[in-house]
Design a protein around this ligand. Structure first.
Ligand code: UQ1
Length: 462
């Protein structure tokens, strides 16, 4: 979803039409408004859908299409709301930053990914009215629903770090971020342009998408400088380039098993670790952090910054949100804690797991199964089916991936659980996992996942 919040300019006429009648009501009052030289007349209508899905990202698309395939739906029974023109395969942006993929190959026009049997509202969402089972769109239209799925993702807030947006926009500034389509390829250019000096990679305190990505881009850059003879991991002191990882968190990674591997890599590769360092400002070649309540300044010749992220304002300020601003659903059923016909998955949800597309492969089938049971009035058959599964294919170099997979509590849940063979395959970065990440996942994603046919480690869904 775009980060823009659009406020409705006139009270939306909440005429309650017969359910599923799919009729549009333009009330006489609104016609009068329209003929009285209003700058931008607002449409006031109510449309009815069995299911409204807010968001056409990874979760919204997977869920809408799985519903379409598995339920008894007629054309236009399910609607998707999203203002975006493009859908991005965001897990690929790290590879773009490492010079291993072309960014344009990772996006598709959003409309081209939506089945013709789904009704697509290519507009923003203004507000939720769960007590009247409706949402209001940015253009003033009201959509009434039986079931609501809230999956608009989260907002990447480049404004959260003072001076960052201007530095990213300045082609001459050695500052980039793989967290945006516009800047992910600048990371690659900056890395290749650096021949000496201090390289600084940051990760904020707080929740972000794919918590491993801020260090993946560093490992890719390190490999480039190593091959170019500019960085010797065994002897960083004598190398023209120095590398530091500054993170608002206390460790390299939140899951102890994989953290041990990554912390070992950091030490063996001579990367300075600045833990508990939260980037707050970028100014010229200076990065300011808060660390232990104090301000600390580091000079850099290259900066890869990860901005803070959080719920979209229209979610955060809604009745559906918990205190942190995320859609307040049950950890295992994905059903809203207060409104039983509201569901959420993906980054916008309160699910206490790492925010990744892999997580959605496990969340979507649970949400879809439970929503269909609720529609049939079979509440007793709703299953506590989501265990927190998520995955982070952690690039540790230009052809190696540590395939971190875990569930709630940071407990490993590994697909290639080599322990059965007496091997611990996922404790080591491997070339085979690199090809999963680089070639298989992007292919499977557009060919099957967004169409509702991919269940991640559980394989294909019919
Ligand atoms: C996955 O299914 C997936 O989606 C296509 C990813 O890409 C975002 C992943 O990173 C991962 C790890 C999975 C999980 C699937 C397997 C086979 C491990």
């Amino acid at each position: 979803m775009a980060s823009r919040q659009v406020l409705v300019s006139s009270a939306a006429c909440a005429a309650t039409a017969a359910r599923h009648a799919l009729t549009t009501h333009i009330g006489p009052a609104m016609r009068a408004y329209a003929t009285h030289a209003r700058a931008s007349p607002t449409i006031s209508s109510t449309r009815n859908h069995k299911v409204v899905v807010v968001g056409g990202g990874s979760a919204g698309l997977a869920i809408s299409h799985q519903l379409l395939r598995q339920g008894q739906f007629s054309p236009d029974d399910i609607a998707i709301v999203d203002p975006a023109e493009w859908h991005h395969y965001q897990p690929g942006w790290t590879l773009v930053g490492g010079g291993l993929k072309d960014k344009a190959s990772l996006r598709r026009p959003l409309a081209s990914l939506i089945d013709a049997k789904l009704r697509f509202y290519n507009t923003s969402l203004a507000s939720f009215s769960p007590d009247s089972n409706s949402v209001t769109l940015g253009n003033g239209e009201t959509l009434a629903y039986d079931q609501l799925v809230v999956a608009p993702g989260i907002k990447v807030d480049f404004g959260s770090i003072k001076g960052l947006s201007a530095a990213l926009d300045d082609p001459a500034a050695p500052v980039s971020s793989i967290y945006g389509y516009e800047t992910c390829d600048k990371s690659d250019r900056n890395v290749k342009a650096l021949t000496s000096g201090a390289a600084l990679f940051t990760q904020p305190a707080g929740v972000i998408k794919c918590a491993g990505a801020p260090q993946k881009i560093m490992w890719l850059a390190l490999d480039h400088w190593r091959k170019a003879g500019l960085y010797t991991p065994a002897n960083p002191g004598s190398s023209p380039i120095s590398i530091a990882f500054a993170t608002g968190l206390p460790t390299m990674f939140g899951v102890p098993k994989y953290n041990a591997v990554l912390e070992m890599l950091r030490q063996n590769r001579g990367v300075e670790g600045l833990f508990g360092h939260d980037l707050v400002e970028v100014n010229g070649d200076k990065a300011t952090f808060t660390a232990n309540g104090e301000k600390l300044v580091r000079r850099f010749d290259l900066l890869h910054a990860t901005p803070k992220m959080g719920p979209h304002p229209f979610v955060k300020t809604s009745l559906l949100a918990n205190e942190a601003g995320y859609v307040d659903v049950d950890d295992a059923t994905l059903r809203h804690k207060k409104w039983s016909n509201v569901w959420s998955a993906g980054d916008a949800s309160s699910l206490p797991t790492s925010k990744t597309a892999a997580a959605i492969t496990a969340q979507a089938p649970v949400l879809v199964g439970n929503l269909l049971k609720a529609m049939e009035g079979k509440d007793q058959e709703i299953v506590a089916g989501y265990d927190g599964y998520t995955s982070c294919p952690l690039l540790t170099g230009q052809n190696k991936v540590l395939l971190a997979e875990f569930k709630y509590g940071g407990v490993p849940k590994e697909t290639f659980g080599g322990m059965m063979l007496g091997l611990d395959l996922q404790r080591t970065p491997r070339i085979a996992f690199y090809y999963l990440k680089k070639d298989l996942f992007p292919w499977v994603y557009y060919k099957f996942m967004v169409k509702g046919h991919w269940g991640g480690p559980n394989g294909w869904i019919r």
